[in-house]
Ligand binder design. Structure first.
Ligand SMILES: [Cu+2]
Length: 253
């Protein structure tokens, strides 16, 4: 474990730091009305475009769903699972009761990133449609959150995703957003800059990204925490906060 961390620290000098992404991936973004109404979510802290490595997750601080204007705590549904290298990830199942959009949200435990000397919290959400109910643009109220300006399901490959980066509810001018495609193994980045796409918001905190391939796309708006986190020895360290959102695109054919 220590050897691995040391190796990671050495690598950082020579190569850019891999972008961490908190994944919150439902097995579908649209629940069939005549189906069994259940959705399973995969919760992994990893590097989606490079398909790993997986980073250890502690028990999430918040996990729930916003549906029909009501917020439901789903932490009891979380099940730890072992991923690559025996790292802890989580899974959860949910059964929808009434038609409407389901906004799933997650606040993971802070992650200590030794290679960057900082703690990271990625507040993450994903919307699952059930019976075209509406409510996909409702804000959860996370400290950092992307407000979608495009309905975040039923998207074709080549559609643009647009959103507003908000911190404590207010738009963040010129916020930086990292974008990664959740690689299914079919694409190899020709060089490092292709792994993580970077876009900036405009003066109103709005950003746009056109998604060139089918699958899940992660948008990570990264802001300075404005407060400190805790390092492994309990000392204060810089804190990076991310507001993430996942959307799925499907090929038109
Ligand atoms: Cu990482």
């Amino acid at each position: 474990m220590l050897a691995r961390l040391a190796a990671a620290a050495v690598l950082t000098i020579a190569t850019p730091v891999l972008a961490h992404f908190q994944e919150l991936i439902p097995q579908t973004d649209i629940l069939a009305e005549d189906g069994d109404r259940s959705v399973r979510l995969d919760i992994t802290f990893t590097h989606p475009m490079e398909r790993g490595p997986v980073m250890e997750m502690g028990p999430p601080v918040q996990f729930g769903v916003l549906a029909g204007g009501r917020r439901q705590d789903l932490r009891a549904a979380l099940k730890p699972v072992r991923k690559g290298d025996g790292r802890t990830a989580f899974e959860a199942g949910y059964k929808a009761s009434a038609p409407g959009d389901l906004v799933f949200f997650l606040e993971p435990a802070p992650y200590w990133e030794a290679a960057e000397g900082k703690a990271i919290i990625h507040y993450t959400k994903v919307v699952v449609d059930f019976g075209s109910g509406g409510g996909w643009d409702r804000l959860v109220g996370l400290p950092v959150e992307i407000e979608p300006l495009v309905r975040p399901y039923g998207l074709w490959t080549g559609n643009a995703f647009r959103g507003i980066v908000r911190k404590a509810g207010k738009p963040v001018p010129f916020a930086e957003i990292e974008v990664e495609w959740r690689n299914d193994g079919s694409v190899r980045a020709p060089s490092d800059p292709f792994v993580t796409q970077v876009v900036k918001a405009d003066a109103a905190g709005q950003f746009t990204y056109v998604m060139p391939r089918a699958g899940w796309w992660g948008f990570a708006a990264l802001v300075d925490g404005g407060r400190t986190g805790k390092g492994p020895d309990g000392k204060p360290v810089p804190l990076e906060l991310g507001g993430l959102m996942w959307v799925k695109t499907v090929d038109m054919k």
